[in-house]
Design a protein around this ligand. Structure first.
Ligand code: MRU
Length: 361
């Protein structure tokens, strides 16, 4: 599989789990620069907080769980450079400031804040020397990464029964291996089905404005030998009407306590199209995406991005300066449009609020 987020030790070895390296853990965050796909599979290594902030902001690493993993290993990488002669309290305060900076890079995916909070609160609750705090940060980051890989695989196992032989599956944006530690959320059931020898077809919405569907989903699925067809976003209705789609699976950046789910802009439109055509619409996500603090989707912050992504869409001018631009990066699909949520605990059916309370409260 892919290694979109990993840890490169100073001795050159790349690891995704602390158990893979018995000795010294010092190193850097290693990422696939997803802005260069599909032309080039290029890795970058980072330990500077501004570079890590920038990598998240410009979507070199993107996808809710992958952002969480990158932030956790990013804070570990950048904290290695803090002086060893700080007091433990000074160290924690400096790390908290660095975490606040990384957390401000993107607002919608809850996994970012969740991962940083998990790493920093571990420091506060396990008093020790600065040197040991540094090791603990790397261990926390690697634990989050290893856990995400496992959770995604489990989501795949829980969702695989939805992928029947000959099925047509539509997905929007990229909730695949590239968007997580590995396997993906929405794409994980597809990888498991493929491993089981099931034949099916995937339709990938290209996902304007930044084309995560065509650049990333179509790339990683075809690389894995899965039958994938790229369509423009405005073709989804027609493809459904032609009877080519049996189910929709998407990922999510944040799910409120009632099941309302934020995902890449355009997901809401796909959910409405699916409802009209009587096609089941599933969301796949791990527990770190569920934000029980928010009652419903209205409270989910929606990232607004640079108008230039619309104005200069394909490396050329695609709209006049005289136009106004509006570029929300996400929308919220109301829980009423969601058939089921595939999590590491199993396939959750409505009412989601009751199920989440039982599983995650
Ligand atoms: O702006 P992006 O590319 O980070 O948006 C990603 C998505 O919307 C994904 O579908 C979502 O993060 C789920 S990833 C498993």
């Amino acid at each position: 599989m892919l290694d979109p987020v990993s840890w490169k030790l100073n001795n050159g070895r790349v690891i995704r789990n602390a158990q893979d390296a018995p000795g010294e853990l010092n190193g850097k965050l290693r990422l696939i620069d997803q802005t260069m796909l599909p032309e080039k599979l290029h890795y970058i290594e980072l330990d500077d907080v501004n570079e890590i902030y920038d990598a998240i902001k410009r979507l070199a690493v993107r996808g809710a769980p992958a952002i969480g993993c990158a932030a956790a290993l990013g804070i570990a990488a950048t904290a290695q450079k803090l002086p060893d002669n700080l007091t433990p309290n000074e160290f924690i305060s400096r790390v908290t400031d660095l975490a606040a900076l990384l957390n401000s890079s993107r607002p919608t995916a809850v996994n970012l804040a969740w991962a940083l909070e998990r790493c920093t609160s571990y420091l506060g609750s396990h008093p020790t020397t600065v040197k040991q705090h540094k090791v603990n940060l790397i261990r926390s980051g690697l634990a989050i990464l290893a856990e995400d890989i496992k959770l995604c695989r489990t989501i795949g196992n829980h969702g695989v029964s939805l992928i029947t032989p000959g099925a047509g599956v539509l997905t929007h944006c990229n909730a695949g291996a590239l968007a997580t530690g590995d396997y993906g959320t929405a794409l994980s059931p597809l990888y498991v089905a493929h491993e089981n020898g099931i034949k099916f077809k995937v339709f990938a919405d290209e996902t304007r404005p930044l084309l995560q569907g065509s650049r990333l989903t179509a790339w990683e699925l075809s690389r894995a030998g899965i039958d994938v067809t790229t369509i423009c976003d405005n073709m989804a209705g027609q493809v459904m009407k032609e009877g080519k789609i049996d189910l929709v699976i998407v990922g999510s950046d944040r799910i409120a306590a009632n099941g309302d789910a934020a995902n890449k802009i355009g997901t809401y439109s796909v959910a409405i199209l699916a409802k009209y055509h009587n096609i089941p619409f599933y969301v796949a996500a791990p527990y770190s995406t569920i934000d029980m603090k928010l009652n419903d989707g209205a409270a989910i912050p929606i990232e607004q991005r640079d108008p230039d992504e619309i104005k200069n869409g394909f490396g050329r001018r695609t709209a006049p300066d005289s136009s106004n631009f509006y570029n929300p990066a996400f929308d919220v699909t109301p829980h009423e449009l969601i058939t089921g949520i595939i999590t590491e605990k199993g396939l959750i059916k409505p009412p989601f609020k009751t199920a989440f309370n039982a599983l995650y409260a």
